[in-house]
Design a protein around this ligand. Structure first.
Ligand SMILES: *Cc1c(COP(=O)(O)O)cnc(C)c1O
Length: 396
């Protein structure tokens, strides 16, 4: 390597360590589920995006295995050359029907879906009005587009109005409001009824990222539009198969036919990246089929969410208020969050500390996530551990 270059990188790494921001990987040796093994030790998992417990569901696995055996490991092509399989069309139709949209298009990930959509739909005459807490993939996607950018303070409807007005004053041709449906690090829900009202008043379109919502929130798991009663007033939805819907991988955009068709023509991650493997696609189709009728799993998830939140709040932990299965425990200081996460892992509860740049500096936290796959005993175990470790470390 170039003289001095690796030394420079090592110094950067040293600085990251010195700030207590260094992230190391926890290596799982079992399937992803309520109880996982990490370095040979069994732990209750509170940090997967496995909200309905479908990541290792036997029906999802069986559907994937059948497709793997029937169609092989992959397409070895992008979609538009010779990478489109029957199963891709089936999954696109399933997503569109599930989310009550005209059509849907698949991507390798939701990161790719968000990376490709803004540049494709909007030009320099247009405006994107984006919540300040939106996911990194939205921020990057917006950066890649030539549209003018406006940012509103998270969930601040007065600021959203100001930014819409500013876009109008600047002569924007089309305006697109974009927000996470559920904010992934904080777990609260976008104020969709008010956002829809403002969008109508200012004639703006709406895109929401439903990665932490589709499958487990709202009626039939149709996400935050169903939960907040706005239904089809949201124009475009992006989402993932890497969380609730089977936990494998893949992203999608669902929306009006023209939006989806143009993405097939122009979205760069769609045009220049390999098609999803049939096994992954078949698993996602099965996961949606299960999610749609999983009121039982959603009830368990809700029960766990309320119980865990209430127990930690009562013990005096500083929680971000909310109602979704994302329950962030605020420690503020990165070192303290790391220490608490380590102590919890030592006690057999798998959690992860989040610090800069994943969350702002001074807002380090342990983000816990509930799953319908967890048993009541798993929850009792995890709550006991939080209370004990919290007291030991003087957090509560
Ligand atoms: C996880 C997540 C993504 C990325 O999804 P992948 O399919 O894993 O790339 C995008 N947006 C939000 C809000 C997410 O939480």
């Amino acid at each position: 390597m170039m003289d001095g270059f690796t030394r420079h990188l090592e110094q950067t790494l040293e600085a990251i360590r010195a700030e207590g921001l260094y992230k190391s990987e926890m290596v799982i040796g079992s399937a992803q589920q309520a109880e996982v093994t990490v370095s040979g030790r069994t732990m209750v998992n509170l940090c997967a995006n496995n909200y309905l417990g479908l990541a290792n569901d036997p029906e999802v696995v069986a559907a994937s295995v059948a497709a793997l055996e029937a169609y092989g490991s992959g397409m070895a092509s992008v979609r538009f050359i010779c990478g489109t399989h029957d199963l891709h069309k089936q999954l696109e139709q399933t997503v569109a029907r599930y989310l009550e949209k005209d059509d849907a298009v698949l991507f390798g990930s939701c990161f790719d879906a968000n990376g490709g959509i803004f540049e494709t739909l909007l030009g320099p005459e247009d405006a994107i009005i984006s919540d300040s807490l939106n996911h990194a993939s939205i921020i990057d996607g917006v950066r890649l587009s030539k549209a003018r950018r406006y940012r509103f303070a998270t969930s601040d409807m007065d600021d959203l109005r100001l930014q819409l007005q500013a876009a109008d004053d600047d002569g924007a041709r089309f305006k697109l409001i974009v927000t996470d449906g559920v904010f992934s690090m904080d777990g609260f829900i976008a104020r969709l009824p008010e956002i829809c009202d403002l969008a109508e008043e200012y004639k703006a379109a709406i895109l929401i990222d439903e990665c932490h919502a589709t499958g487990h929130l709202g009626e039939k798991g149709r996400g935050t539009p169903a939960l907040t009663g706005v239904g089809n007033r949201v124009d475009i939805i992006s989402g993932t198969f890497g969380k609730t819907l089977g936990g494998a991988m893949g992203g999608f955009i669902a929306g009006p036919a023209a939006v989806v068709d143009l993405l097939r023509q122009r979205a760069r991650p769609y045009l220049f990246s390999n098609a999803l493997p049939p096994a992954v696609v078949a698993g996602a189709i099965k996961a949606i089929e299960i999610a749609e009728r999983a009121d039982d799993r959603r009830a368990i998830l809700d029960r766990h969410t309320k119980r865990f939140r209430a127990a930690l709040a009562e013990a005096g932990f500083d929680l971000v208020p909310g109602e979704t299965p994302i329950i962030p425990v605020m420690l503020h200081d990165a070192g303290r969050a790391q220490a608490m996460a380590q102590a919890l892992r030592d006690a057999g509860v798998l959690v992860s500390a989040f610090s800069f740049p994943v969350v702002p500096k001074g807002e380090a936290r342990i983000r816990t996530q509930m799953s319908a796959g967890l048993s009541d005993d798993n929850l009792t175990f995890a709550i006991d551990a939080f209370l004990r470790v919290g007291r030991q470390l003087g957090v509560v």
